[in-house]
Design a binder for this molecule. Structure first.
Ligand code: 5GP
Ligand code: ZN
Length: 114
């Protein structure tokens, strides 16, 4: 737990979020400023600042996050496709410095991303 971290506070329950999925390793909840009809954030309970800080010891956890995104895409019926995004660092557009996957779906996505 990083006491200055918004997503650690959500994990701890100090900031409310609708928990659409929770298990021993991760938590998923809707983004407060959705960019698509379905926009969920999937975060590890452990504080990892960004994808840039992911190490070999996190391999199982990272796979678990991706598998959870796939499961949530199925339960949210994103049958036509979806996008999973991990913004990383300043150039990546990261604003919350606790690793998270965005699961976006329910509309066609453009490419390249902005
Ligand atoms: P990033 O910009 O770091 O890739 O993504 C952070 C995301 O967190 C943004 O899409 C933003 O809307 C979302 N966010 C920021 N504060 C909160 C909050 O308090 N609750 C929820 N549910 N989402 C938040
Ligand atoms: Zn954190």
């Amino acid at each position: 737990m990083n006491t200055d971290c918004l997503f650690c506070k959500i994990v701890a329950g100090d900031i409310p979020a609708k928990r659409v999925h929770e298990d021993e390793l991760c938590l998923a909840f809707p983004d407060i400023n959705p960019q698509a009809p379905t926009h969920l954030l999937i975060i590890p309970k452990e504080h990892i600042a960004s994808q840039a800080k992911a190490m070999a010891e996190h391999k199982l956890l990272l796979g678990h996050l991706m598998a959870t995104a796939a499961e949530l895409a199925r339960t949210h019926k994103l049958d036509k496709g979806y996008r999973v995004v991990t913004n990383t660092g300043d150039d990546g557009g990261q604003t919350v410095h606790h690793l998270h996957l965005h699961l976006l779906g329910g509309r066609p996505m453009g490419w390249p991303p902005g």
